[in-house]
Every structure is written in structure tokens, then in C-alpha cells.
Design a protein around this ligand. Structure first.
Ligand code: BJW
Length: 254
């Protein structure tokens, strides 16, 4: 952590009655879950988003897309929450009106003890029927030890819906798809009503999620960023803490 004005962030957080912790892939990086846009290690440095993370991609090659998401789900299952996730749960315990809003599709906030994080981009653990969202789609056994863990690059046929026979798809939000309305509304309301918003480990370039810290800033909240690199959110933030989530967040609640 280099020359971080921690007190500038810790003081407003300690005074806050309502806060939002808004997280992106960077908070899970120190758990071994890759980000999307980091230069060498990000998923989009190694994979083509248009072939894997759009509805058109799934329609064109469901086995390629399902296999990739099953590989990612298996990786997340092996990962553990890091001190950044644990500190986020500690903030929730300290600040009465605390809301966690995440763009992440992993379950590391839940496993760290966060009560009900709002998932703006869905979940790796909530597959659904392509034809009818109301059809429950049980999580396939792959990666649980009951079946071989999927290897990177392995194609895998998606299961079929037990109710209508349509394909089951990953329960995440792809490019060009609307975010879950209730989640987006709850996140925007929390941002508009908070005293402090911490934006952690996100590049802030994917919309509409990237509006969340901007809504908080426009509504008069103190917006604090935790990220080792500059982002387009720097100018929205009152304090920019250049460090990693696992270093900076525990120091904020110490
Ligand atoms: C650390 C760290 C450490 C590293 N500690 N920090 C042009 C302009 C504006 C918008 C658009 C546009 N063209 C198209 C759009 C829309 C598009 C969009 O925003 N595109 C932009 C990329 C240009 N948005 C959409 O399509 C959205 N839908 C939509 O707009 O719908 C409209 C609609 C309305 C009504 C009906 C129909 C449609 C949907 C966006 C869905 C995004 N999906 C993904 C994939 C999810 C599934 C999956 O996981 O595969 O979500 S893309 C990917 O990006 C993922 C993430 O949630 C999201 C954000 O990424 P995030 O979390 O910020 O990660 P990175 O990698 O970008 O950044 C990591 C950061 O961590 C970096 O800053 C590092 O420095 C930092 N870091 N280590 C702390 N240890």
C-alpha cells in the first residue's frame, strides 16, 4: 500500500449511518479468481467476450459457453474469501444501514458472512432455463466431486430443463442483456440514500452498474475508491486509496 491517506476514508466511514460497498472482480482477485480487464491475467486478455458472454454466443455454441462457465464455477468453488471480503462483512456489522452491491458472479461475499449482497450481474450458482425463467434449474453436479471437474477449454453440453426440455443457461448477465430490475433498483436506491460509498476493485467501465458510485456522488455521499490502479471513477471519488482490497479494507475497519 503506498502513501494511503487511510484516515480520510476511515473517518467518514466511522461516522456513516448508511453505506454501500460496491464491488467488482478486483475484490476476488486475491482469492485467485481472475478479473476481466487486468492486462495479463484478466479473462478478456485470454478469451473473446463476444464468443462467450453474449446471448448470441450461447445460441451459436452452447457447449463452448457452458463448458467455460462450468470451469469458472469449479474455480470459484475452490477459492476462499480473502480479508477484503471479510472486512466488507465487518463493515456491515458496524454500520447499521450497510448494503453490499456486487457485480461479481461468485459467492465469496456470502461465504465471508455478508447477509444479502445484491448481485447486479447474476450468479454462477443460479443457472436457468432459456425459455422460461420461472422453471427451476437445479445446479448440475459438475465440480462437486460427484463428477470430474471441468478442465479449462473443455466443451460441455448444457443440461436440459426438466420442465420443458429447453437448454439451461448460466444465470449471469451477458452483454446486451438487461440487469435484474429489482437488484438494479435496490442498488440505485441504496446509492442515492447513503452517506458513504466504497467502490472496490472495479474498472467502472461497464454500464449501468458503473452508474452506482456516480449516483452516490451526485446525491452528496462521500465516495471512496480502493483500487491499485487509476480508473475512470477517480474523479468521482473524494478519496482514492491505491492498494489492494485485502490490504486496504481490513485497515479501514481496524
Ligand atoms: C483490484 C485488485 C485487488 C485488481 N484489489 N482491486 C458503450 C458505452 C456505454 C455502454 C455500452 C457501450 N456499448 C455497449 C454498452 C453496454 C454494455 C457496456 O457497459 N459495455 C462497456 C464494456 C462498454 N453493458 C451491457 O451490455 C449491460 N446491459 C445493458 O446495457 O443492457 C441494456 C438493455 C436494457 C434493456 C433491455 C435489454 C438491454 C450488461 C453488462 C453485463 C456485464 N457482464 C459481465 C460478465 C458477467 C458474467 C460473467 O462473469 O461472465 O460482467 S462483463 C464483466 O465486466 C462482468 C463484470 O461484472 C463487469 C465489470 O467488471 P469489473 O468487475 O469492473 O472487473 P474489471 O476486470 O473490469 O476490473 C477489475 C478492477 O479491479 C481493475 O480496476 C483492477 O485494477 C482492480 N483490481 N486486483 C482491488 N487485488
Amino acid at each position: 500500500m503506498e502513501d494511503v491517506p487511510l484516515s480520510e476514508a476511515a473517518a467518514p466511514l466511522a461516522r456513516a449511518r448508511r453505506d454501500v460497498v460496491f464491488t467488482g472482480a478486483g475484490i476476488s482477485a486475491e482469492s485467485g479468481v481472475p478479473t476481466f480487464r487486468d492486462d495479463l491475467t484478466g479473462l478478456w486478455a485470454r478469451y473473446d467476450a463476444e464468443r462467450l458472454a453474449t446471448p448470441e454466443a450461447f445460441h451459436a455454441d452452447p457447449d463452448l459457453v457452458w463448458g467455460w462457465y462450468e470451469w469458472r464455477r469449479a474455480r470459484v468453488r475452490r477459492a476462499e474469501p480473502n480479508p477484503g471480503h471479510l472486512a466488507t462483512a465487518a463493515i456491515e456489522a458496524l454500520v447499521p444501514g450497510s448494503v453490499v452491491v456486487t457485480q461479481n458472479v461468485d459467492d465469496l461475499h456470502e461465504r465471508a458472512g455478508s447477509r444479502s449482497p445484491i448481485h447486479l450481474h447474476g450468479s454462477l450458482f443460479a443457472p436457468r432455463c432459456v425459455a422460461e425463467a420461472a422453471h427451476p434449474a437445479p445446479l448440475p453436479a459438475t465440480g462437486t466431486g460427484e463428477a470430474a471437474e471441468p478442465e479449462e477449454g473443455r466443451r460441455l453440453a448444457p443440461p436440459r430443463c426438466a420442465h420443458c426440455g429447453a437448454l439451461v443457461r448460466p444465470g449471469v448477465v451477458w452483454f446486451g442483456e438487461a440487469l435484474p430490475e429489482a437488484a438494479l433498483t435496490a442498488a440505485a436506491e441504496a446509492a442515492a440514500g447513503c452517506d458513504v460509498l466504497l467502490t472496490v476493485g472495479t474498472s467502472g467501465v461497464v454500464y449501468p452498474a458503473a452508474e452506482i458510485p456516480r449516483i452516490a456522488a451526485r446525491s452528496g455521499a462521500t465516495v471512496i475508491q480502493v483500487n491499485p490502479e487509476p480508473t475512470p471513477l477517480d474523479r468521482v471519488c473524494a478519496v482514492n486509496l491505491r492498494g489492494t482490497a485485502a490490504e486496504v479494507l481490513p485497515a479501514l475497519v481496524a
